[in-house]
Design a protein around this ligand. Structure first.
Ligand code: SF4
Ligand code: SF4
Length: 362
């Protein structure tokens, strides 16, 4: 039976996090898998270079606690690696590590700067994913403008190098195909453990521009799909709303009836997590009307630039899979045609300048 270990951790305090890691490892039998030669990869969510207090990225204190326990178990080779949004270069990685307060972690483990890539199961992958013996997937619990929730499965998208990620959006422009691709990717990466940072979570316009929601939990599981089921319960999210959960069930990757929780009680958010505008303004999931519009393409939710907030940094243009954003007179301008409503632009905008609008396709 898939087990999810649940531990309350009210804040990012080193000793409390370490105790939680020890309890999770014991509950899930992690100790038996770690030897001095095991090449351990910690894969956090480093979406972009943001201060940890903004709730966008996996908090460095979570990594610190994991590394402490792994070292006690004898692990000699511990690497931290992710491919943030935008380009995948050593220089851009250094900037992200600095902004996310990861640089001090380099005294405890190696921070990846090698941008070599490989290929497995039809996916381009960052090299550390291919070289690791034991992958610990370390997501942050957030809402997401495309996939509704971002936890274990969605975090693995960062195993695809840099802007190659945008290809997957182009090849799978509808949410059903994209969610199934994420599940395909999870079956290739096969994390040995997923360890969720759900201490300070993000609600509203996640994954980059929402608000902090303090939940005070860490969750861990050997099964990434089961962990996501528990994470959805914590958000008080109807599982049918999150396409990766729906398809994981359909593909028999998860069975909510078989989930066993161990450790502290899991108390669902009350009120439920606020959802992104891109979801609440959209009609994809909710109404008969929405179903009609979904099939007949009459209205969709699209990004729109708030020019007062836009600082002209160009990160949206860099991340747009359809290359339909230009910077003109220091403001982002989105072309009328070609948008696939993936909201990568909103995800990467540091100024919260991408808003949403429901309208007919041009
Ligand atoms: S404009 Fe934004 S939502 Fe539209 S395709 Fe580009 S990144 Fe995706
Ligand atoms: S919309 Fe956001 S990401 Fe795009 S240029 Fe403006 S501030 Fe930068």
């Amino acid at each position: 039976m898939p087990v999810v270990s649940v531990r309350r951790v009210p804040e990012y305090e080193d000793e409390a996090l370490y105790q939680a890691v020890c309890a999770h490892f014991e509950a899930l039998g992690v100790e038996a898998d770690i030897t001095p030669d095991t090449r351990v990869l910690l894969k956090p969510n480093l979406l972009a270079g943001r201060d940890p207090s903004l709730g966008v990225t996996t908090h460095p204190a979570v990594l610190r606690a994991l590394i402490r326990r792994l070292r006690e178990l004898g692990a000699k080779h511990i690497l931290i690696a992710d491919s943030p949004g935008g380009v995948y270069t050593a220089a851009s990685l250094k900037k992200v590590y600095a902004a996310c307060w990861y640089l001090p972690l380099s005294e405890l483990a190696e921070l990846n700067l090698n941008t070599a890539t490989g290929e497995a199961g039809g996916f381009a992958l960052i090299r550390p994913v291919m070289d690791a013996d034991f992958i610990i997937n370390c997501p942050k619990l957030k809402t997401h403008g495309l996939t509704v929730m971002s936890a274990g499965v969605k975090n693995l998208f960062g195993c695809i190098p840099g802007i190659i990620k945008t290809e997957q959006h182009c090849l799978n422009p509808n949410i059903e195909d994209f969610s199934n691709r994420l599940l395909d990717l999870s079956l290739v990466v096969k994390p040995a453990l997923t360890f969720l940072d759900a201490v300070e979570c993000m609600e509203g316009n996640g994954p980059g521009g929402g608000k902090i929601r303090l939940m005070g939990y860490t969750l861990a599981s050997r099964c990434v799909y089961t962990l996501d089921e528990a994470a959805a319960s914590l958000m008080a999210l109807r599982p049918t709303m999150a396409p990766t959960l729906r398809y994981a069930r359909k593909r028999s990757l998860s069975d909510p009836a078989a989930v066993e929780l161990t450790g502290d009680p899991l108390v669902a958010a009350d009120p439920p997590f606020l959802l992104p505008d891109a979801i609440t303004k959209g009609e994809r999931f909710f109404s008969i009307n929405g179903l009609f519009h979904h099939f007949f393409g009459r209205k969709r939710t699209y990004p729109v630039v708030n020019t007062e907030r836009c600082i002209g940094c160009g990160r949206c243009a860099e991340s747009c899979p359809k290359q339909i954003i230009k910077i003109q007179e220091r403001k982002a301008v989105i072309a009328n045609k070609g948008c696939i409503s993936c909201f990568c632009c909103q995800e990467m905008c540091p100024a919260h300048a991408i808003e949403t609008q429901r309208r007919r396709a041009w």
